[in-house]
Design a protein around this ligand. Structure first.
Ligand code: SF4
Length: 207
C-alpha cells in the first residue's frame, strides 16, 4: 500500500528528542502533542489523531515489529479504574510541574534537572538557557521530563506486551476517548457506529 505523508510522522517524534537534547527549550514543541489531539477530539469528535497522526504511536508500532514480545497486555491495564487512575496521577504530576514553573516565575532558583519517572533527577547542567526567562526554561525542563517519562513507559510496555500497549493507558488517549464518547453520547445517546472505531484507544494496542 502506498504510504502517505502522515505515515512518516514518527520522524517528528524522533526529531523532538534530538532537538531537545541539543537545546532543552525545544521541549516546548511537545505542547503540540498535547493540544492537537485534544483539538481533534473536541472539534472532530473522533480519535483521528491516534489512528493516523500520532508520531509516538507510529514509532512504538515500528520499533515493536522487532523488539516486542507481542503478548497481550494484562487485563488490569485496560480496566477503567487503571486508565482513569493513571490519567489522574499523570495530571497531578503535571500540576506539580506547573507549580515548580510558577515558583521559578516568582523568584525561586532554576533547577536544571530533568525528572524521569517522577523520581530520578537527571542533571542537565550543560543546557544553555540564559537567553530566556528562568520560568520558560523551568517549564522546558519539566515538560521534557514528562515526555521522557511517558516515552520510557511506552517503550517498556512495547517490549513486554504488544507494540502499542502504551495506547491502552496513554493519558492523551484516555482524555480524547472520554471527549469523543461524551460528544457522541450527546449526538446519538451512545458510542456506536463510526464512534466505536474512533473511540477505541484499545484498537491501537492490538497492533
Ligand atoms: S493513545 Fe497516546 S500514544 Fe497512542 S496514538 Fe493516541 S495519543 Fe498516541
Amino acid at each position: 500500500m502506498k504510504k502517505k505523508w502522515c505515515d512518516y510522522l514518527w520522524i517528528g517524534e524522533l526529531l523532538y528528542w534530538v532537538l531537545g537534547l541539543c537545546n532543552i527549550l525545544f521541549a516546548w514543541l511537545g505542547m503540540l502533542f498535547f493540544t492537537i489531539p485534544l483539538l481533534v477530539a473536541l472539534i472532530g469528535g473522533n480519535k483521528a489523531y491516534c489512528s493516523r497522526y500520532c508520531g509516538r504511536g507510529q514509532l512504538l508500532g515500528l520499533l515493536g515489529k522487532r523488539l516486542s514480545r507481542n503478548a497481550p497486555p494484562p487485563r488490569f491495564l485496560r480496566s477503567r479504574w487503571f486508565r482513569y487512575g493513571f490519567l489522574a496521577f499523570f495530571m497531578i504530576m503535571f500540576g506539580l510541574m506547573l507549580r515548580g514553573t510558577y515558583m521559578v516565575f516568582t523568584g525561586a532558583p532554576l533547577r536544571q534537572t530533568v525528572t524521569l519517572l517522577w523520581v530520578f533527577k537527571l542533571p542537565w547542567q550543560w543546557a544553555r538557557v540564559d537567553m530566556v526567562a528562568p520560568w520558560i526554561a523551568q517549564f522546558a525542563f519539566g515538560f521534557y521530563g514528562v515526555m521522557m517519562t511517558s516515552t520510557v513507559l511506552g517503550l517498556v510496555t512495547m517490549a513486554l506486551f504488544r507494540p502499542r500497549s502504551w495506547c491502552v493507558y496513554c493519558p492523551m488517549g484516555t482524555m480524547t476517548q472520554g471527549i469523543c464518547m461524551l460528544k457522541q453520547k450527546k449526538e446519538d445517546g451512545g458510542c456506536g457506529g463510526e464512534g466505536q472505531e474512533n473511540c477505541g484507544a484499545v484498537e491501537n494496542s492490538r497492533q
